[in-house]
Design a protein around this ligand. Structure first.
Ligand code: VGL
Ligand code: ZN
Length: 199
């Protein structure tokens, strides 16, 4: 472990409204919970930083179609829909980053937040990213992490896409890859550790 890059995990927007039954439900969105819980457990166990972002909108914003934007009402501050999925791991060491507080369509967990600053202060070099949705907030978070010069592992099995157009999810993955992200399966970490002698 000693020669490895300092890592952080960022779990993007695993909130009720993006899961089945929510107002902007992503197909199979809740399937990211299990692999992300395993990873969060593992990072926390090693004392490595874990962040959760949340879409955290005011009741009226131009982000919503009712007010001239694109999306149905979702993730309104302090509502049930904005809460993290009930099965998503909770721990006092997890740092929550709220985004989408204004009128602009802001998809990245770096946009308007202090995520980059927090990562830099922690000495993080490599950011692992999964969550919802592949073609919006995950993609933009990955691209911004790369712009901030972090190495990025995008956790392919731990993300799901909205797919306003069929194929958007696959295109988003290709865009992340082309920008320099490593596209990995979340299991890879455990396999690496097993290969290195396990725990
Ligand atoms: C998201 C659409 C609108 C996301 C947020 O978290 O991917 N998508 N707001
Ligand atoms: Zn939103």
């Amino acid at each position: 472990m000693g020669n490895e890059k300092k890592r952080a995990l960022t779990v993007v927007d695993v909130q009720n409204d993006f899961c089945p039954g929510g107002t902007l439900a992503v197909d199979h969105g809740d399937e990211v919970v299990e692999p992300l819980n395993k990873l969060m457990d593992d990072f926390l166990e090693h004392g490595e930083p874990v962040f959760k972002s949340r879409d955290w909108h005011p009741p009226q914003t131009k982000h919503f179609s009712d007010y001239g934007g694109t999306w149905p009402v979702h993730c309104v501050q302090n509502t049930r829909g904005a809460e993290f999925h009930p099965s998503l791991l909770d721990d006092k060491h997890i740092r929550v980053v709220s985004k989408g507080l204004g009128d602009e369509d802001s998809y990245s967990a770096f946009d308007g937040t202090d995520l980059a600053l927090q990562l830099q202060r922690l000495g993080v070099e490599e950011v692992w990213v999964g969550g919802l949705a592949t073609d919006y907030c995950v993609k933009n978070t990955v691209l911004d992490a790369l712009k901030h010069s972090f190495r990025v592992k995008a956790l392919k099995d731990a993300m799901r896409a909205v797919e306003v157009q069929p194929g958007d999810g696959e295109r988003a993955i290709e865009e992340m890859r082309a920008a320099g992200a490593e596209i990995v399966e979340s299991q890879e970490r455990q396999e690496q550790e097993a290969g290195a002698g396990g725990r």
